[in-house]
Design a protein. Structure first.
Length: 317
């Protein structure tokens, strides 16, 4: 998916302390003191990733304006997944429910036939439409085979699935609460994975340690964009785009997918930011493209995206 975060880690080093005037200096035969085993600059033990690598599921940390939480994400072939059920979620959305009601009313419109002559006119139009449809079907028979091949290829593509339920992303404030949920047997969209039962038996709170590339700071995106072109953080914005695409696909948020789709202004922003990291003439041209992208437009678009994602989060303590 995306480029991993490159985080600079500066190790604080204490400058050597001058010996007091009253204390004798060590001669060459004394030697240096043995280092204390409790020194803080001793490298820490690395996190064991074997569980996640084996089960092909990853812990993820997402920061939103309402807070920061932990969840899980996996990638599997689209043909092997049942999408999350958003029926209940969409019914709870008054704006979406209103739009669906209007569409149903339009579909149920009653046609009143005034007389036989008008009825015959409608019948003739229906016959002509049927003939056109039959002709189009004949012309596209060969195209169907290629469409089926494209569909099969799409089914084999790996797509994201999150720890979610009924169209809601489950976010947990602590690793302990996430592990408790995993072990509880509560319904969720990841339980369809063949590795889920093993995860519920083996996972411990200490395992919930997301990698840098699995940590997303969506809460900082809008403010960063408002600062103007010179302050834009390429890594922050690129990774936020990757997270938003994954979330909007897995949680079935078509409006967000459209805003980030190829050719959109936010996709142009993403491409230009990636181009600046490549160096050479491409980076120069990418920086020129960035200058043409309005900071206000970008920040407003991302505010909408963050808002839509936040609206489908189920926070768990």
């Amino acid at each position: 998916m995306g480029n991993p975060k490159h985080t600079e880690v500066s190790v604080a080093r204490q400058s050597p302390q001058r010996p007091d005037a009253d204390e004798p200096e060590l001669d060459d035969t004394t030697g240096a003191a043995e280092p204390d085993e409790t020194e803080t600059d001793r490298p820490s033990a690395s996190i064991d990733r074997s569980l996640w690598d084996e089960l092909r599921i990853d812990p993820v940390e997402i920061a939103l304006p309402a807070g920061t939480g932990f969840t899980l994400r996996a990638y599997r072939p689209a043909s092997s997944l049942t999408p999350t059920d958003v029926t209940e979620r969409d019914q709870d959305d008054p704006f979406l429910a209103r739009r669906q009601a209007i569409e149903e009313e339009e579909d149920d419109e009653t046609v009143v036939i005034l007389d036989e002559e008008l009825a015959q006119e409608f019948a003739d139009e229906d016959d002509e439409s049927k003939r056109r449809r039959d002709g189009a079907a004949t012309d596209t028979e060969t195209d169907d085979e290629s469409d089926e091949a494209v569909t099969d290829e799409a089914d084999d593509e790996e797509v994201p699935v999150f720890l979610s339920n009924r169209g809601k992303l489950l976010l947990f404030k602590t690793p302990e609460s996430l592990v408790s949920f995993i072990r509880s047997g509560a319904p969720n969209d990841l339980s369809q994975l063949d590795s889920w039962n093993e995860l519920s038996e083996r996972v411990e709170p200490a395992d919930i340690a997301p990698l840098d590339e699995d940590t997303y700071e969506l809460d900082l995106v809008v403010e960063n964009l408002r600062g103007g072109h010179d302050t834009w953080d390429s890594t922050l914005l690129i990774e936020a785009g990757e997270a938003a695409r994954d979330l909007s696909y897995a949680l079935r948020l078509p409006a967000v997918l459209d805003m980030l789709s190829a050719g959109s202004s936010l996709d142009d922003l993403d491409e230009a930011l990636r181009g600046t990291a490549n160096g050479g003439i491409g980076a120069f041209m990418a920086r020129r493209r960035l200058k043409k992208i309005g900071a206000q437009t970008a920040s407003l678009g991302w505010r909408t995206i963050v808002g839509k994602i936040s609206a489908v989060v189920d926070w768990r303590d």
